[in-house]
Design a protein. Structure first.
Length: 320
């Protein structure tokens, strides 16, 4: 992936030791060796918990093949599940988290296109949970009659009734801490669900190494930027819509990393090319340039003459 080359070449600026190709370039044209400090970032996605060959193929298509690619797949939105409105005061179309008591199940007759409905209530009103193309046994297990559950999803008002179609989360009250109240939204693809990707991201975040800071301290202080590992954790745990913006400190820092890595990579590639491949020396006597200058209807400025001198020197140099 593109990030792999950038990070390998940028390690020199981080103070991480690896084999320097420029020092031995005249003998062998080689690529930088990957420093051990970042081995885990370039492990295959199959090294992450719950990622087998099938899911890895899906990730490769949409995200990438390495752990660093997963970490660089940033959220594009945020779902706030902290609102717990009364059922008689819900806002149509809003995300709500509600604790309810399961009253009864209404299974559709075989061959009909009616949805599976679960009727629930609490002290503030009634709620219908609606499931299309449902697996009856799964719903019965998730929402047993007579049990209390916490459900979270988008509520809608339909013919005066409060409904929630396919809740995003269904948990028992004693397991409420397992439900994320602030949930980042990622761009996904077929075969990659939000739950799968959250689990994958969670494991990828544990692989972040503690790298030396490579951005000058005055720049870090001026922009209030976190270090690399903290920035990566922050972009995957946004606390508000402002944290999703490109101008947020964590995102801005990672964007600066990418730009700096690109510039360092280009400089190293150019340096390597200059030291290993000889240039073609071109040193004409200069009559044509002199004739051109003499024919100009104006005197050349100092800057223009300086530019011509630089070009002439580059052409005559034995290196690229």
């Amino acid at each position: 992936m593109a990030y792999q080359g950038q990070y390998l070449l940028a390690c020199n600026a981080m103070g991480i030791t690896y084999y320097n190709p420029i020092a031995d370039a005249k003998a062998n044209l080689v690529h930088p060796k990957r420093p051990p400090e970042i081995f885990q970032l370039f492990a295959a996605t199959t090294s992450l918990s719950g990622v087998g060959a099938k899911l890895a193929a899906v990730l490769e298509k949409r995200v990438g093949s390495y752990v660093i690619d997963v970490l660089r797949h940033l959220p594009i939105g945020l779902i706030d599940r902290r609102q717990r409105p009364a059922l008689n005061a819900v806002v149509d179309g809003a995300i709500a988290t509600i604790e309810i008591l399961v009253i009864k199940h209404e299974r559709p007759s075989r061959g009909t296109r009616r949805p599976y409905r679960v009727f629930c209530q609490n002290d503030t009103g009634e709620l219908e949970l609606v499931f299309f193309h449902a697996h009856n046994d799964y719903i019965a297990k998730q929402l047993p009659v007579g049990e209390r559950r916490i459900v979270s999803g988008r509520v809608e008002l339909f013919q005066g009734r409060v409904q929630m179609a396919h809740p995003d989360h269904i948990v028992a009250p004693e397991q409420s801490d397992t439900m994320p109240l602030l949930e980042p939204v990622y761009p996904l693809t077929a075969g990659l669900t939000p739950k799968m990707f959250r689990r994958t991201i969670g494991d990828a975040l544990t692989r972040l190494p503690d790298l030396p800071e490579w951005i000058p301290a005055p720049i870090m202080a001026e922009h209030n930027w976190p270090n690399f590992a903290d920035a990566m954790r922050a972009v995957h745990t946004p606390q508000s819509e402002a944290d999703i913006l490109p101008t947020s400190p964590a995102r801005a820092r990672l964007a600066f990393d990418e730009l700096l890595a690109n510039q360092l990579a280009l400089k190293m590639v150019r340096q390597q090319a200059s030291d290993t491949a000889p240039g073609r020396c071109f040193a004409p006597p200069g009559e044509l340039v002199a004739t051109l200058k003499a024919g100009l209807p104006f005197a050349m400025t100092t800057a223009q003459q300086h530019a011509i001198n630089e070009i002439t020197a580059d052409q005559a140099a034995p290196k690229r």
